[in-house]
Design a protein around this ligand. Structure first.
Ligand SMILES: NC(=O)c1ccc[n+]([C@@H]2O[C@H](COP(=O)([O-])OP(=O)(O)OC[C@H]3O[C@@H](n4cnc5c(N)ncnc54)[C@H](OP(=O)(O)O)[C@@H]3O)[C@@H](O)[C@H]2O)c1
Length: 364
């Protein structure tokens, strides 16, 4: 197999570290260069002692264009706002994947409303299973790109859970609600937040970024709008406005996201029995090796996807409340970040999408 050299910027962070873990097990990649910010000069193993010595012994360098130059693949795992200007100075020949938010949003106003600062033009969105307007899936676009925008972790969970509901027109679009239980690593290693200190977090669950302020909201809506306009044969509603209330809740776990997404049933949804509603998820995910619609009666659990690139999904109807519910569990660092990015990178290089990725979590 052809070998590709890799540089990872932001290697001392959680996302960069997870990317290196997956790349280390991939038959085509050799991580040659790792960079950071405050950690420059230290050894990678100080931050990622889980890595084999050949990688742990790499010295972290400054994140500069000249240090990232000359690699086949450049991974950017930096705080939002840092990768956009940096990417403009990087080798145009390199394949690049940005795990941060800078190249995800298509609408500059969304960027200003939720992030602020200079807007970077969008790159090919790195969620292969996303249903695209008019039919087809995002993986078709990923096969022809050199620039990949890795999706947000909460975005991944909500989109995979709920895009079938929009694609098939099963719900009213003005009342989507998503509540997510989120592990601490979702905030990154260097967030410096007091509420992430073990002493304060370990016996507590509390919401954050409430009241429509979470930065993943516009990205989720961007995805769900596409799904709603997917294959017309599925029965989607097309270009209707979608509104979403989203509340993430920090819970005492290191990794993992459990998303609970619901909306009022549409007339079409009400007219369908549970078996037919379930058949929509079955059809959409039948060929998707990284999305697992669980058998009836089983519900997703973050423990079951820990360390794997699999999303567990389930769907239910509460007839008394007149609402459709969908659930997804993912590992935020694997499926929600680095694993999903590797799916996209594999596609961009013409490799089998699953190369170097596992669908098998650890238990217990
Ligand atoms: N954590 C997740 O679950 C997750 C999921 C999806 C996407 N992401 C995205 O991935 C990116 C990284 O997140 P993370 O969780 O890995 O954060 P993190 O653990 O805090 O790591 C941030 C990394 O960026 C480096 N860095 C900080 N400021 C920098 C600057 N001004 N210039 C260059 N490098 C700088 C840090 O280097 P030093 O440590 O050396 O200072 C560190 O390597 C973010 O954009 C995040 O939104 C994260």
């Amino acid at each position: 197999m052809r070998q590709y050299t890799v540089a990872v910027a932001g290697a001392s962070g959680y996302a960069g570290s997870e990317m290196i873990r997956l790349l280390a097990a991939h038959p085509a990649f050799q991580v040659c260069t790792v960079t950071g910010h405050g950690s420059a000069g230290r050894l990678l193993g100080e931050f990622s002692p889980n890595l084999p010595e050949s990688l742990a012994s790499l010295q972290i360098q400054d994140t500069k264009p000249e240090i990232l130059a000359g690699h086949d693949l450049v991974v950017l795992a930096l705080p939002h706002g840092a990768s956009g200007p940096l990417a403009e100075q990087l080798d145009p020949q390199s394949l690049m994947v940005d795990l941060g938010a800078d190249h995800r949003l298509e609408n500059p106003e969304d960027w200003q409303d939720y992030y602020g600062g200079p807007f970077s033009s969008p790159w090919t969105y790195g969620m292969p299973e996303l249903l695209n307007p008019g039919g087809g899936r995002q993986r078709q676009l990923l096969g022809q790109t050199r620039r990949i925008a890795g999706p947000g972790c909460n975005v991944t969970a909500v989109t995979l859970a709920f895009q079938p509901a929009l694609a098939a027109g099963l719900v009213q679009t003005n009342d989507l609600v998503a509540d997510l239980a989120v592990g601490y690593s979702g905030a990154g290693r260097s967030s410096g937040r007091m509420d992430l200190l073990a002493a304060q977090a370990i016996n507590s669950a509390h919401p954050y970024s409430v009241g429509g302020t979470h930065r993943h909201i516009p990205e989720i809506l961007q995805n769900l709008r596409k799904a709603a306009a997917a294959d017309p044969n599925l029965g989607g509603l097309g270009k209707q406005p979608i509104s979403l209330g989203l509340t993430p809740i920090l819970v005492p776990m290191s990794r993992g996201i459990l998303a609970v997404v619901s909306a009022k049933l549409s007339e079409r949804g009400r007219s369908m029995g549970m078996a037919d509603i379930r058949a929509v998820w079955e059809e959409i995910y039948a060929q998707e090796q990284f999305v697992d619609l669980l058998p009836e009666g089983r519900l997703p659990s973050t423990a079951d996807v820990y360390g794997s690139n699999r999303a567990q999904v389930q769907v239910a109807v509460d007839q008394r409340a007149d609402r459709l519910y969908a659930f997804a569990a993912i590992d935020n660092l694997t499926r929600g970040t680095a694993g999903q990015a590797l799916q996209a990178v594999n596609l961009a290089l013409g490799l089998p999408e699953e190369t170097g990725l596992t669908t098998i979590g650890v238990a217990p």
